[in-house]
Design a protein around this ligand. Sequence first.
Ligand SMILES: Cc1cc2nc3c(=O)[nH]c(=O)nc-3n(C[C@H](O)[C@H](O)[C@H](O)COP(=O)(O)OP(=O)(O)OC[C@H]3O[C@@H](n4cnc5c(N)ncnc54)[C@H](O)[C@@H]3O)c2cc1C
Length: 458
Amino acid sequence: MNTVTRPRILVVGAGFAGVDCVRRLERKLAPDEADVTLVTPFAYQLYLPLLPQVASGVLTPQSIALSLRRSRKYRTRIIPGGAIGVDLKAKVCVIRTITDKIVNERYDYIVLAPGSVTRTFDIPGLTEHAFGMKTLAEAAYIRDHVISQLDLADASDNPAERAARLQFVVVGGGYAGTETAACLQRLTHAAVQRYPRLDPGLIKWHLIDIAPKLMPELGDKLGRSAQEILRRRGIEVSLGVSIAKAGPEEVTFTDGRVVPTHTLIWTAGVVASPLIATLGAETVKGRLAVTAEMCLPGHDGVFALGDSAAVPDLAKGQEGAVCPPTAQHAMRQGRKVADNVIATLRGEQMQPYVHKDLGLVVDLGGKDAVSKPLGIELRGLPAQAVARGYHWSALRTNVAKTRVMTNWLLNAVAGDDFVRTGFQARKPARLKDFEFTDSYLTPDEVRARVEGAGIDHP
Ligand SMILES: Cc1cc2nc3c(=O)[nH]c(=O)nc-3n(C[C@H](O)[C@H](O)[C@H](O)COP(=O)(O)OP(=O)(O)OC[C@H]3O[C@@H](n4cnc5c(N)ncnc54)[C@H](O)[C@@H]3O)c2cc1C
């Protein structure tokens, strides 16, 4: 069959949702049934739940960056770049390649899986001074930054500077923020042994959240256990508190406290990728409103899933419930969307997405963890075994599994060397630079660009 006549399936985003979708399409579709193209800025799938372990140096960045090309059935065309707009009428996706070239990619079916970005608020100084924990570059940057604070405090004779460099603030008491604070506190606690001039008592971690509880999904008892572990480790947890103002050398909390610090890590939730807004379609709290089959109503061949879509949570059985933005849903939605794309291609019936949440695992570093698999509450080593076992088995390739296991063993036996690499040390680290949130077009700009390229709107 001629290439031109084959239906074109375009998948946007190589995360949990996009990669599971592509792998399923490669496995189930005959090569002459359709062409599959994947748009992704990076050549890997990032295993985000283990990001705090990269920041704390337990894992190397490479071990959680899974190759997109390591698959026996691999045949997808990969466009290295990011989608910056979609024209649903003309069926064109506008892409900015990694060399900043803008290209129009036509499709017959589009699967939108660009995930989410860090949610920010209109707080003075926040976007200029906070780091996020959403990308591999951010995790590696934060690790270097935290170690550099110890180096600079050690070299300084100014007590005020020392105190400021040794205070760290994490905002967000969800699993991402809690794990980040816990893992990085372990890093500084262990690293300070190598700095005999520094008083370990000066190191102070703050974890704050505007909500009244940490990780409410865990339930009251397990949430309190997590909080107790953090307090025991010297992390000051403040609930019902947020940030009023952020500066380069201090952060002001909403309860009036002013904390001298050079480190503000912002993990207060996520919001759908800005790509979704370029569609001009209906959204639910920023996520694209889709059916249980993950289709966009009124637009044939448009599918969306993962963190960027509000997929009805049929397993909950509540009117209006949508699936939470988690990897366990994104992966399974990826496979179901692939089945639905194939069903559409073959003129068969699509199936709705239904998955009952399996629970939550929270790795607080070392032997500390809390987990709630299938509703069973676990603490300490059993919880840690479940957390690590779950993540390990969810890594897609055997090579990644081996890398992660080797890293865990090496770290348990030999510890960390606390090496500061110096990469990007002189570059300001703003959220938008890591997450490229200012790259997107408005719906009007998308239309103008598509029309300017001579592509008709039907
Ligand atoms: C620190 C942390 C810990 C977490 N821990 C857990 C956990 O323990 N359990 C759990 O279930 N979930 C966890 N999550 C949430 C989970 O990682 C997300 O819900 C999941 O990654 C969503 O999958 P996704 O495919 O929708 O998005 P992602 O996995 O984020 O993938 C989106 C992909 O799209 C790419 N992309 C973005 N914009 C564009 C664009 N414009 N064009 C092309 N490509 C684009 C991105 O580079 C990325 O590769 C955690 C998240 C974080 C940040």
